[in-house]
Design a protein around this ligand. Structure first.
Ligand code: ADP
Ligand code: ADP
Ligand code: MG
Length: 566
């Protein structure tokens, strides 16, 4: 999207890509005036989060401005400051607004200062687990512990009762320190029935604030958005107006510049809205608002960064838009509940037809890799219609024309939601998706997802596993992942060469997108196709990989030898 918009505005692009992304879709989009520079490395820490390397490339290429994108360093005030110190125009807000709003606890205090309602809670950093327990006692359980620098649905923990608060406080603070570099945690009341409402703001350096409209992102799983809509089926008009006023007040209070989103909790029990957080960057779901407001948000970001005034910008409200996020993931059953597991790999076919009522932002194309190192979102599909029903119908029909094979995607889930009476009816809260997953036929969903990906085309049969001239069997990687032979560097390996194991023994951990899945021989067995007999023991004769190594789907991981029963 950013490349397309830069090209529309005659801005030459220097695209920074990591090693696995050097043949990505964005690289293919570059024109004769654009360049790609490899930052090296695989993991986000080695590549996109390496601020010094990004700046070194920017300086070497002599860029005037830097658009930080939507993830990674985009909300880092330190990075924005480094850009400023190096005479690079950071396409985003001033460092001071980022510092205030980027820290969720500071943001809440700012909201209180300008009379914007917030959820009851600590309204500041917790000093100890005892402090957390005492505030939780006052406001009543359940409560949420939130990392001040959390994001992307991570760094949030529900605490149901007092006996868990001490342990969970320490856990989330340790996790937040590791994940976000800051272990500070605050606490707020857990709102049990809510809609996620957010307001899109644009503000220039001359103090002009434009409210472009709202989005409802209540169809979520694990606090992550899957559907985003340009309207809310449940928010009354007066509360919508209040949300706009609150968003304006906050943006003015921190002298915000650029595109930003103010997120609110719409509490369905008290019919009130509360400030939740502000995202000081472009958001994934911004196209929803572009379609209905008629404002090109990304081009306006560039204009604002150039110092232009947006005084004359006149957003409208026309039609209705819905975005769905297509993730490379498969559904699995865990303790009777459907969960989604990222599935990196190679995309074989990818059909996302062009339509005038559809905008597509996609990293997916035939032959492209979904890397195990990054987020599992591979495409965003945004549909425009006259009203909500029209948009739902068009999007549903459109999804029928799409096809992605080689990796599993959530498209079959998206279709089911669009067919669902409750979703179409519009009366639900953020618990909608987990409840929906409980009431649908989960086996059929799991089957459809695998069927749509046409994974059978890659399936191996027993004869391909046999090592010629022996009775040894290969164990091939079921997915593209990062290999770990033990649960942590200080722990012993799950298996050593020479060990005799059964089919349920963990052989290694396979990591994709920060999710670790243990690998056993058992999981290769399908009904009617038992590759490794469960009545048999196996001797591990070879281990081919070392910790942290990337393995592709089909790579040889282990060799095992059936042990003859004595
Ligand atoms: P939005 O609120 O814009 O929908 P998300 O919270 O889903 O945004 O995050 C936007 C993108 O940034 C996603 O692709 C997500 O994986 C990525 N992202 C979010 N937080 C981080 C982080 N701490 N480090 C790296 N990437 C992140
Ligand atoms: P992130 O930075 O990960 O986007 P948010 O603070 O925006 O974190 O919260 C993410 C999601 O978690 C929200 O969209 C909402 O569904 C849920 N959530 C956040 N705060 C509360 C709360 N106080 N009560 C209940 N749910 C909440
Ligand atoms: Mg949020």
């Amino acid at each position: 999207k950013l490349i397309r918009k830069a090209q529309d505005n005659n801005i030459a692009v220097v695209l920074i890509q990591s090693d696995p992304d050097m043949d990505s879709v964005p690289v293919d989009m570059l024109g004769p005036n654009d360049r790609v520079v490899c930052i090296g490395g695989n993991t986000p820490d080695e590549s996109y989060l390496n601020a010094k390397s990004v700046l070194r490339i920017a300086a070497h290429e002599g860029v005037d401005a830097l658009h930080p994108g939507i993830g990674f360093l985009s909300e880092s005030s330190q990075f924005a400051a480094l850009c400023g110190n190096n005479d690079i125009n950071f396409v985003g807000p001033p460092v001071s607004s980022m510092e205030t709003m980027g820290n969720k606890s500071n943001a809440i205090n700012t909201a209180i200062r300008v009379d914007v309602p917030v959820v009851p809670g600590s309204h500041g950093i917790l000093t100890s687990s005892a402090n957390a327990a005492s505030i939780a006692e006052d406001i009543g359980y359940p409560v949420l512990l939130k990392a001040v620098h959390g994001g992307g649905g991570k760094g949030i923990q529900v605490v149901e009762s007092a006996d868990r608060i001490h342990a969970l406080f320490h856990q989330i603070s340790t996790e937040a320190k590791a994940a976000f570099g800051n272990g500070d945690v605050y606490l707020e009341k857990y709102v049990t029935s809510l809609r996620h409402i957010e307001v899109q703001v644009l503000r220039d350096r001359h103090g002009n604030t434009k409210i472009l409209g709202l989005r409802d992102c209540s169809v979520q799983r694990n606090n992550q958005k899957i559907f985003e809509e340009s309207g809310s089926t449940m928010l009354p008009k007066e509360l919508e107006e209040s949300a706009y006023n609150f968003a304006k007040k906050l943006s003015d209070a921190v002298e915000y510049v650029g595109a930003g989103t103010v997120e609110f909790i719409f509490d369905l029990d008290s019919m009130a809205i509360y400030f939740m957080e502000m995202n000081t960057r472009l958001q994934v779901e911004h196209p929803v608002t572009e379609l209905v407001s008629g404002i090109d948000i990304v081009s306006t970001q560039f204009r604002i960064a150039e110092g232009d005034s947006i005084k004359d910008l006149a957003p409208v409200a026309k039609g209705y838009a819905i975005e769905v996020r297509i993730n490379a993931e498969k559904a699995v059953l865990k303790n009777d509940a459907v969960e989604f597991v990222p599935t990196p790999g190679n995309i074989r076919e990818c059909v996302l037809p062009e339509q005038d009522y559809i905008e597509i932002i996609s990293m997916a194309a035939p032959g492209k890799q979904v890397s195990p190192f990054y987020d599992s979102m591979v495409a965003q599909i945004i549909c425009y219609g006259t009203d909500r029903n029209d948009t739902i119908r068009k999007l549903r029909d459109y999804l029928e024309t799409t096809k992605i094979t080689g990796v599993c995607t959530n498209i079959p889930l998206l279709k089911r939601v669009l067919d669902d009476e409750v979703f179409v009816g519009g009366t639900y809260d953020t618990t909608y998706l987990p409840r929906f997953l409980k009431r649908i036929d989960s086996d059929a969903l799991i089957h459809d997802i695998e069927q749509a990906a046409d994974m059978n085309a890659d399936a191996v049969d027993a004869s391909q596993l046999r090592i010629e001239g022996s009775n040894e069997l290969k164990v091939l990687s079921p997915s593209t992942s990062i290999f770990y032979g033990s649960s942590s560097p200080s722990e012993p390996a799950f298996v050593k060469e020479g060990d005799v194991i059964d089919v349920s023994q963990t052989l290694c951990l396979m990591e994709a997108m920060k999710m670790f899945t243990p690998l056993t021989l058992k999981q290769f067995n399908r009904s009617g196709a038992e590759l490794y007999s469960k009545n048999q023991k196996f001797r591990v004769t070879r281990i081919l990989n070392s910790d942290g190594q990337q393995v592709n789907q089909g790579d040889l991981l282990f060799v095992v030898k059936p042990e003859t029963a004595v």
